[in-house]
Design a protein around this ligand. Structure first.
Ligand code: DX5
Ligand code: ZN
Length: 214
């Protein structure tokens, strides 16, 4: 089953409750929440207190994408704030295995993300600890960038690894995805589609969410 996870990075931050209602009504499965610290990526967004506040307003699955250095310092706070899935970057920590284990211990689903320059093979030894692998299809940091076509082999490689291992790990893709190019990532094996600008800038959000299912 294909899941759609609109990135609220492109929403109206002054009206987060109604924006979450809007994506839920449009048929979204998850709400993708981009956390940036100004260190791991050049941009700064939001922290656990905002996640906690919006948790009270929405029943959507919170898909929290941590683009922060040393995420082990904050995963407990995000778990307590109401995250359902916590995804950390392979490049952001010295011990991704320990972080992934801790996320599960805290009762959340554990995700591991790789930046475009990272060899997807790094994921292989960690597969058993992951509920989700997030393959970035732009350089993380900002919404509205162009999809990097050369990430298609990365998606295919990760999908193949999980198949070989007999796991049903979700394969998520994030960055520059729209109804115009979603077929490429679905065919490569992705099954969780993040889209920020394509969803929030669309005239008919429900139609866009539907189109993103391919
Ligand atoms: C970028 C973020 C993305 C971003 C996607 O670093 O991780 O989730 O919001 O936005 P679009 O879909 O506009 O590329
Ligand atoms: Zn993201």
């Amino acid at each position: 089953m294909i899941k759609i996870s609109p990135s609220i990075l492109s929403c109206d931050f002054a009206n987060m409750q109604s924006e979450l209602e809007r994506i839920e009504k449009a048929g979204a499965d998850y709400a993708h929440i981009d956390v940036m610290d100004g260190m791991f990526v050049p941009n700064i967004t939001l922290g656990p207190c905002i996640v906690k506040a919006i948790r009270r307003t929405s029943g959507l699955v919170f898909d929290v994408h941590l683009m922060i250095c040393e995420p082990e310092r904050y995963i407990e706070e995000f778990a307590k704030a109401g995250a359902d899935i916590i995804t950390v970057h392979y490049e952001s920590t010295d011990d991704p295995a320990a972080v992934l284990r801790r996320i599960r211990e805290l009762g959340c689903r554990a995700g591991l993300s790789i930046k475009p320059a990272t060899d997807p093979e790094v994921v292989r030894p960690l597969l058993g600890l992951c509920d989700l692998i997030l393959v970035m299809t732009v350089e993380p940091g900002f919404g509205g960038q162009s999809f990097m076509h050369d990430m298609i082999p990365h998606i295919a490689a990760v999908a193949e690894m999980t198949r070989e291992a007999g796991l049903d790990t979700e394969i998520e893709v994030d960055g520059g995805i729209s109804p115009a190019n979603v077929r490429l990532v679905l065919d490569a094996g992705a099954n969780v589609i993040v889209a920020g600008s394509a969803v929030f800038k669309s005239e008919d959000m429900a139609a866009t969410v539907k189109a993103l299912r391919g």
